[in-house]
Write a protein of this length. Structure first.
Length: 442
């Protein structure tokens, strides 16, 4: 991730105040186009952590042999690019190298296309390959580069035949202001930009004191990642530290949908974050950020493993067409709501429905995704605009974790328009969780 200078920070704040510019959060509650519903995780392969770490070992060795870094314009960067390209060429990808100039030096982007799929609907994953000059950049951003490389190789091993076209990108000179990704996006014709249906960015995914942050720029892409982590009972937070500071920004500014993952840089982990993710409160997510100690020892294997698997899950979900979108209009809230342990009060999460006529259907679909360590503790109700409660889930002795299902409710007595609420209360002690997301489909 590039350094955010004070001038850049002030400019970002100005743009935000004007409702313009970079990194503005999408509303958590909105009417959305039907979003993919997760299929079984077996559809995507487990990404071998040993393989990802083997790529990081190569990046470390390259840096060690080339002045201790892999920065733009230095021999270590080009050697890193050649290593990645060699792996992809051997795996059957069509690769191309873009050259650009920045700060008086030649820079390079590497683009790799997997054969097949509808090129008018391209799903692209990317990461910056360069480090700062101060160190080898193994977490920032060897981790993201290695994660998408091994996912690309998994596509080849599976001989995946996606419905959508798959493309991967490794960008140069990100640390100088996203120069390589800007060059790539600007080099695309307007029609070709429109063919990229999603760009997913992975900048730092193995931080040693890790967090689990999801980009919230596009609700549907955000939900794909949140759904994956919900299956692991790992709570996520919205990513804010890297807004406008990584390679997704040029894509977003060009009107392309973006999403991604981040494990944290030099922001400090709070006590609440340490409680839910482990690690050390009061310490940076990556104390070696942009430093010489960002070596192969500066990686949390568990975070690297989970994030790499999440990359594969998202690409399989978004490209293969194995998901079946719900029919009708969907209204969704993806904001996490903590459920207090018993004897705590009930909590609610709301969606606002507008622009419809008449009453709700007799077969209203209510999709509920709750992360909780003991689902039998929970009582879950849908509250209609009239205030009427419709019981979805009763407390029981069921010891299984999580609720991730769709209920059918006869809500024909309710007007469709208005505020609908999901109400959840924990009736048993010792177990905790949160509302991950929920939606209504009319």
């Amino acid at each position: 991730m590039r350094i955010k200078h004070p001038i850049a920070a002030a400019a970002t704040a100005t743009f935000a105040a004007l409702g313009l510019g970079i990194g503005l959060a999408a509303p958590a509650v909105q009417a959305a186009a039907p979003a993919p519903t997760p299929t079984a995780l077996a559809a995507a392969p487990d990404i071998p952590i040993a393989n990802v770490k083997a790529h990081l070992t190569q990046f470390q060795q390259i840096a060690t042999a080339n002045g201790g870094n892999r920065a733009h314009g230095r021999a270590g960067y080009k050697a890193s690019l050649d290593y990645v390209k060699g792996k992809l060429d051997a795996a059957g990808y069509t690769t191309s190298i873009q050259q650009f100039t920045s700060s008086g030096a030649t820079g390079y982007n590497l683009i790799a296309d997997w054969p097949g799929g509808d090129t008018s609907q391209t799903v692209m994953a990317g990461a910056h390959l360069d480090s700062v000059t101060a160190g080898p950049g193994i977490n920032d951003n060897g981790s993201g580069s290695a994660g998408i490389l091994e996912t690309a190789l998994a596509v080849s091993r599976a001989q995946l035949k996606p419905d959508k076209h798959l493309r991967f990108g490794w960008f140069g000179a990100e640390e100088l202001g996203m120069v390589g990704s800007k060059y790539y996006v600007n080099s695309l014709a307007t029609g070709d930009r429109a063919k990229i249906s999603a760009y997913l960015n992975f900048d730092m995914i193995g931080s040693p004191n890790p967090g689990y942050f999801v980009y919230d720029d596009d609700p549907a892409l955000e939900k794909v990642f949140k759904d994956y982590f919900a299956t692991l009972s790992i709570p996520t937070e919205i990513e804010t530290e890297g807004d406008g500071r990584s390679d997704h920004a040029p894509f977003k500014n060009a009107g392309i949908r973006v999403g991604g993952l981040f494990s944290g840089a030099d922001y400090t982990k709070t006590s609440a974050q340490a409680q839910k993710w482990g690690g050390t409160a009061g310490r940076a997510f990556d104390a070696c950020y942009h430093s010489s100690c960002d070596t192969s020892a500066n990686i949390n294997d568990t975070a690297l493993d989970h994030h790499s698997d999440a990359i594969a899950y998202a690409l399989w979900q978004l490209s293969t067409g194995t998901t079946t979108p719900p029919t009708g209009d969907t209204y969704e809230n993806t904001t996490d709501v903590t459920i207090p342990d018993s004897p705590g009060a009930a909590v609610t999460s709301s969606v606002s429905v507008t622009g419809r006529t008449g009453n709700a259907p007799s077969a209203l679909k209510v999709g509920v995704n709750i992360v909780h360590t003991y689902s039998g503790d929970l009582v879950v109700d849908l509250i209609g605009p009239s205030g009427t409660a419709y019981r979805l889930h009763n407390s029981s002795s069921d010891s299984t974790p999580n609720i991730n299902t769709t209920y059918t409710v006869n809500a024909s007595a309710e007007t469709a328009n208005g505020t609908w609420k999901l109400k959840v209360q924990d009736k048993g002690p010792q177990d905790t969780g949160y509302i991950n997301s929920w939606k209504l489909t009319f």
